[in-house]
Ligand binder design. Sequence first.
Ligand code: SAH
Length: 345
Amino acid sequence: MAEKIDLKSMTPSEIEGYLSGLGQPKFRAKQIFVWMHRGVMSFDEMTNLPKALREQLARDCTLTPLQVERKQVSKLDGTIKYLWRLEDDNCVETVLMRYQHGNTVCVSSEIGCAMGCAFCASTIGGLVRRLTPAEILSQVIYTQKDSGLPISNIVLMGIGEPLDNFDAVLRFLELVNHPDGMNIGMRHISLSTCGLVEKIDKLAQLQLQLTLSVSLHAPDDETRSRIMPVNRAVGVENLFSACRRYFETTGRRISYEYAMIDGVNDSDAQADLLAQHLKGTPGHVNLIPLNDVRESKLKPSRRVAAFQRRLERQGITVTVRRRLGSDIDASCGQLRRKTLHLDES
Ligand code: SAH
C-alpha cells in the first residue's frame, strides 16, 4: 500500500497546491484546513466538500487521528493525562494542566528520546522515532476536543527533545499559530531543550517570540555531564554563550529548568556557581522538585527552599514549579512506560 498523504502537516498554501493537482478550486484548501484543525476524525465530517472529493481524500490522505489509549484525571487539581495511540500503534503522552492564566497543554515531540538524561523516564528505551508535525499538532487539537477545555498555552516539554526534531517542530509552531487553526500566539508557547547549542543558534535566527526553556540541572561540567550525556560534547560555558546569543538576537529572556536532586546538584556551592553564570545572562530559574522515577536511583532533594533563598539573595529570579497531577503518574514518560509495560523489564 502506498503511503498516505500527510495533509495535516501541510500549510494552507501547500494544501492548495495539492488540490490544484486534483483540479480542485483554491478555496477548498481553507475549508479542509479549518476542519482538520477543529479535530474531525474523518473526511466524511467535512460536510461542505463534494462527496466525490471526500471519498478521494479518504482514499489518498490521512487526517492523523489519535485514539485515546488511556486517560487519567487528577482528583487533586483536574490535570488530565492522555496516552494517545498513533496510526502505527506507537503511543505518546499529552498533559493538560489547569492554571489560573489558562489551560496549558504539554505535548510530546518524539516517541522516546535519544538524549539519555539520568533522571528522565522518557529516555530509558531510547528514541523510537520522531513525530510528524501533524502528530504534534493533533495532540493539541484532540486534547482540546476531548476535554472540552479551551487551550491557550502550549509547552513543548513532553516526551522527546524538540530541537532534535527541528523541522517538524517548526512546522508545528507555524500550524498551531495559524489564524484559521488553533491561533495560539507564540508568546503563549514554551519550548524546552536539553541544550543543543547549534539548534539554539538556528532557532535564534528565526526571531520567534516563544519562550525558550533550557534544562540546565547543573552549573558545573562534572555534574552536568554525569546526569546529562549531551553536556559531554558541549559544556556549560558553551551552553551559556549560546543562551546569551539567543537573548541578544531575540530579546527574549531564557528560563532555566533545574530539577533538584538529592546530593547531586543541590549544594550551596552549586547555587553560587549558578548565580555567577546567570549574572551575565538575563533569565530566570525554575526549580523543579524531582519526580521520583522508579527506574532511577536519583532521589528528590530536600534543599529546594534553601537553594532558592541562596539564589535570590544573589539577585536571581527564582520560581519553584508546582507539582500538578501527582496522583496520576507524575512526570512525562512514566504513563507510556507503565501502560506499555516497558517498566517491567
Ligand atoms: N527534552 C526537552 C524537553 C522534555 S523534558 C528537555 O530536555 O528540556 C521537560 C523537562 O522535564 C526538562 O527540563 C527535563 O529535564 C525535566 N525532567 C525530566 N525528568 C524529570 C524528573 N524525573 N523530575 C523532574 N523533571 C524532570
